[in-house]
Write a protein that binds this ligand. Sequence first.
Ligand SMILES: Nc1ncnc2c1ncn2[C@@H]1O[C@H](COP(=O)(O)O)[C@@H](OP(=O)(O)O)[C@H]1O
Ligand SMILES: [Mg+2]
Length: 425
Amino acid sequence: MAAMGAAGAAGSIAPKIPRLVRSLPPSSRPHPPPGFLKRLPFAGNCRHCSGDDRRGVGGAGVVPTAAATAAAAASMVYERELAVAKKAASLAARLCKSVQKSILQSDVQSKSDKSPVTVADYGSQAVVSFVLEKELSTSSFSLVAEEESGDLRKDGAQETLNRITELVNDTLSADGTYKVSLTADDILAAIDRGKSEGGPSGQHWVLDPIDGTKGFLRGDQYAIALALLDGGQVVLGVLGCPNLPLAALHDHKHSPQSPVGCLFSAKLGAGTHMELLDGSSPTKVQVSAVEDPADASFFESFEAAHSSHDLSSSIAKRLGVQAPPVRIDSQAKYGALARGDGAIYLRFPHKGYREKIWDHAAGSIVVTEAGGVVADAAGKPLDFSKGKYLDLDTGIVSTSQKLMPALLSAVQASLRETSESVGRL
Ligand SMILES: Nc1ncnc2c1ncn2[C@@H]1O[C@H](COP(=O)(O)O)[C@@H](OP(=O)(O)O)[C@H]1O
Ligand SMILES: [Mg+2]
């Protein structure tokens, strides 16, 4: 089981913890998943915990804060899972890139909710599901993913299924790691492993095989987004962004020859790193250090149907933001925010829309581990423990810790103004 492996790994690194802890920033880190401290032989008292989660620290020397100890421990225990997640997302990105290059009309289907679904969506999910299961095979493997195979099992879908099967096999064997020849039934089974509902206990992988399908079809930004929940909390996340330039978005305009294709990875207590999808040394990234909102720029959805551009504009005006909005698809926005390309991300879906966990799980930890904050419009942290959906107050906002208070005031004021003007109609 992954959880048992994690606890074992933690035990073996116990003597290294005091040095590790001294190297951590004193800032308060997110609380570890429920039951996590119990699994660690060296775990300290945690001000967040009670009952079974409380254990004393024995011995003298450096006495780390409980949050720092937990953060250091957490940063070691999910190491294997993070490496596998990066591998899975990179392979899926390779598959998506090849399809985006040669999008054929026949690759585009219509789902019952009318959103476009491509061969790459299914192929990406099958690749990630295969790699996770193969590398981390556990009896309690759980994957909450966007796609399900219903449409592929219908009459007339055989050709599409064959194309997906071929693509997945080509992708897995091109890498050289896997010598497999999956059948169409294997592909359907791999896709359907993503049927888990998630929830507050145990470990659940959360996958959006292509986030930003509309951007993908337009030839713009999209992301492969994969995260791990443990006890309802996101403990690691990766974002493969095949079309995101390595250079900051504003710099890239001036140097279009900059390499394209970024992989962001984040783990609880270990920061956020970025590397090229094609391979490079990871570098640590940080959110923008801008202190005056007037100097900030903000991200929002390219699609006005996904987020109210009017409301964002009103909030930006209230904050004194000068720059025009940066509109890009997918969780590539979280990646770009995490490395400081812009300072604010605003998302205000229209009434009645329910956000899904796979649209934010990986992105949120990529930003928080880079020093940012992700919250709903009332300032509450996102709750990933309730199954497939996030129960939210109105929208999602993200920025640095420094700018969050001013941003939340502006959001509240603009929301009040909007509801008053609706009331007057
Ligand atoms: N009416 C709506 N309001 C808000 N989000 C929506 C939406 N319809 C679809 N989405 C979600 O918005 C995601 C894309 O976000 P963005 O606008 O940031 O690119 C989509 O992910 P998929 O493309 O994976 O379906 C989908 O989950
Ligand atoms: Mg999505």
